[in-house]
Design a protein around this ligand. Structure first.
Ligand SMILES: Cc1cc2nc3c(=O)[nH]c(=O)nc-3n(C[C@H](O)[C@H](O)[C@H](O)COP(=O)(O)OP(=O)(O)OC[C@H]3O[C@@H](n4cnc5c(N)ncnc54)[C@H](O)[C@@H]3O)c2cc1C
Length: 460
């Protein structure tokens, strides 16, 4: 009698993948493995069973079928910005499907719509849309993946006026667990269309999306910056300002701590600063009038001005390259004076390379439109996030602890909700899916009964 060991089973699965996919599969012993397995978030040392980098929808079908036939699971990943969320999942039996080579955008200006391939990044979309005087509901960083962001909600600097990015999704084409390419829209496979708009990678590998664009060619946007010694004064002023700011204004408040770093501009290097930034969808005169109380605090840097829409991805100063980071987040019901005091105390006493952020949400982002999917709105007026950059992996634990400390300090004001795109694990994910969770789990059982797909935000 031969006893089948784990090692035998692994060797068999590896051979089956190699037979089915040839050099389209990269196994852990292959020279390219250490390069292709790395996510954008370099703090996450993900080591999947194998990696595939499909270049077409048909390639994706082949990979899904081969992985399922080999008894392995499949995890879609576009950029790895959300890799910390996937880090809770055992990847030792998972084929990581990196969509990095499946990028491209076609704009249909007459329909104000874009067809976006599954691995595309927001920069791809805003650059393709700009010649038509259009843009999209992208987030603060241009190199974030469209699918990972949009299908988990997606909070942009247009969110208070135009809602979550997920509501701009009109069609999703995905490879499902049975290895078929399925198009889901409000009319075709409407239940799957509902589920994937929130359930994201738990339902399949998205090979393309159709999204509505915004007819916005330029935008009044920028940032105001002060030394962190002004944090309390600035935070109180911003909190009061946001209580009656119109929905045309989506802004953020941050305390940022940086060690001396040659790659940073002098106003950031070696400094702790407090920053307000965002976009105001008004005329220059109306936007300037709105900003007056904040400008009256005499920021040392003031870049608010009308800028071409694609430049909005620079305003938040997110890292331009892959970086090691851990974050934690919560939604806040409100941000009154006592909450501001608690936040400032927490935000100004964190380690270096730490960003404490409060984003003004609410408005259209808190309203669920007709026909929305599993996620269509996010409850709470403000988003709270603590983001710790991790200069060395030994510092991962204190970095994550610092992010959770800032979130815990604000517990009294937490809303019973989470913005899924800002969840990294270690929290009750059910809060992110809210009332949709049960139906999502039923549909997951129908569409993926063997739990083939491992998602950053699992619905199970
Ligand atoms: C610097 C930075 C700035 C950010 N700014 C914002 C912001 O302004 N607003 C906001 O809402 N969020 C923001 N985020 C959070 C970001 O939206 C999430 O991390 C999101 O998951 C990233 O999507 P991705 O595809 O790039 O990441 P990935 O790690 O590649 O994907 C995340 C998950 O999405 C799913 N997925 C990705 N691609 C596919 C696919 N083709 N098919 C099926 N499933 C797929 C998978 O389940 C995967 O685990 C930011 C994150 C960072 C690091």
């Amino acid at each position: 009698m031969t006893i089948q060991t784990d090692a035998d089973a692994s060797a068999t699965a590896a051979q089956q993948l190699r037979d089915a996919l040839g050099d389209r599969i990269i196994l852990s012993g292959d020279p390219a493995y250490d390069l292709v397995r790395l996510p954008w978030n370099l703090a996450i040392d993900q080591r999947p069973f194998a990696v595939a980098q499909p270049e077409s929808a048909e390639d994706v079908v082949d990979v899904v079928r081969a992985a399922a036939a080999s008894g392995l699971r499949v995890a879609p990943q576009s950029t790895g910005h959300g890799a910390a969320a996937l880090a809770d999942t055992d990847l030792s039996n998972v084929v990581l499907v990196s969509l990095a080579k499946l990028r491209g955008v076609t704009v249909h200006p007459e329909a104000q719509r874009a067809m976006v391939l599954g691995g595309s990044q927001w920069n791809d979309v805003v650059e393709a849309a700009a010649p038509f005087g259009m843009t999209a509901l992208h987030g603060s960083a241009g190199d974030v993946g469209v699918v990972g962001y949009a299908l988990s909600g997606g909070l942009s600097f247009y969110a208070r006026a135009h809602g979550l990015a997920v509501n701009a999704v009109r069609a999703v084409q995905l490879v499902t667990a049975d290895g078929r390419i399925v198009r889901a829209t409000a009319d075709d496979e409407p239940e799957l269309f509902w589920a994937v708009r929130g359930g994201s990678g738990a339902f399949g590998i998205v090979v393309s999306l159709e999204i509505d664009l915004l007819a916005v060619a330029d935008v009044f946007a920028g940032m105001l910056l002060w030394d962190a010694s002004r944090a309390s004064e600035v935070a109180h002023a911003w909190s009061a300002w946001t209580t009656d700011a119109p929905e045309s204004a989506s802004t953020s408040l941050r305390v940022m701590h940086f060690p001396p770093m040659p790659e940073l501009p002098p106003f950031l290097s070696g400094r702790s600063v407090v920053v307000i930034d965002g976009a105001i969808l008004e005329s220059d005169a109306a936007a300037s009038a709105l900003l007056e109380p904040l400008r009256a605090l005499e920021p040392e840097v003031d870049t608010f001005a009308r800028i071409p829409a694609p430049a909005l991805v620079q305003v938040h100063m997110d890292p331009p390259e892959p970086a090691p980071a851990f974050s934690a987040g919560a939604m806040l019901r409100s941000f009154p004076a006592e909450a501001v005091d608690a936040w400032v105390a927490a935000a100004t006493t964190t380690p270096v390379l730490f960003i404490a952020e409060v984003r003004h949400v609410g408005g259209a982002a808190a309203r669920r439109p007709d026909g929305a999917g599993a996620i269509g709105s996010v409850e709470g007026e403000y988003l709270l996030a603590g983001i710790a950059m991790v200069p060395a992996l030994e510092l991962a634990e204190p970095a994550l602890a610092a992010a959770h400390t800032v979130v815990a300090a604000m517990e009294e004001w937490h809303a019973p909700a989470l913005a899924l795109t800002f969840i990294d694990g270690g929290v009750d994910r059910a809060l992110g899916f809210g009332a949709a969770l049960e139906r999502l789990q039923q549909l997951k059982a129908e569409w993926d009964p063997a739990d083939l797909f491992a998602a950053g935000q699992p619905v199970g």
